[in-house]
Write a protein that binds this ligand. Structure first.
Ligand SMILES: [Zn+2]
Length: 161
């Protein structure tokens, strides 16, 4: 191992210093030219905050929200019954909703699952509810979510209090 400043062969461990932003391994004589570098500081900075950041910002929140509201399996029946009980034809309903009758027809035939905006219009126009809250989130492949958050949440609670 040679000193990176004077080129002397270093016996034992070189001293790591920073000279104008460059990290050099130097001999004990040249160590005075640079600032001693604490090599442990950047490492611990890198390791610690990553997991805490993930939990604080809760990026998985959207996934949870999507899992909670599911369209009813018999949405087509619910729509049809509500529509008929109000004496509306498909055309009537469509014009109330400012949508095409073919769209409503497809939805009632279960050929199409209404997208959120259409679903909301159906709900308000017919005064019905087409979603249900899914209580058993665990059955819906959320294993990876629990795996990553559970331990982290425990860490946060410890540190928070
Ligand atoms: Zn040297």
């Amino acid at each position: 191992m040679e000193c990176e400043i004077c080129g002397t062969n270093i016996k034992g461990n070189p001293i790591r210093v920073t000279v104008e932003g460059t990290v050099l391994d130097v001999c004990s004589k040249c160590a005075q030219y640079g600032k001693p570098q604490d090599k442990w500081t950047p490492v611990s900075r890198k390791m610690a905050p990553t997991e805490r950041v993930i939990v604080t910002h809760r990026p998985k929140r959207d996934a949870f929200d999507k899992l909670e509201d599911e369209i009813l399996p018999d949405y087509a029946q619910v729509i049809k019954k509500a529509r008929e009980s109000q004496g509306l034809t498909i055309e009537d309903l469509a014009s109330k909703m400012m949508e095409k009758a073919t769209l409503i027809r497809k939805i009632e035939r279960e050929e199409l699952i209404p997208e959120d905006t259409v679903r909301k219009k159906l709900e308000t126009t017919l005064n019905i509810k087409l979603t249900e809250r899914v209580s058993s989130k665990d059955q819906r492949g959320s294993g990876f979510i629990r795996g990553t958050t559970l331990g982290d949440v425990a860490i946060i609670r410890k540190k928070g209090k």
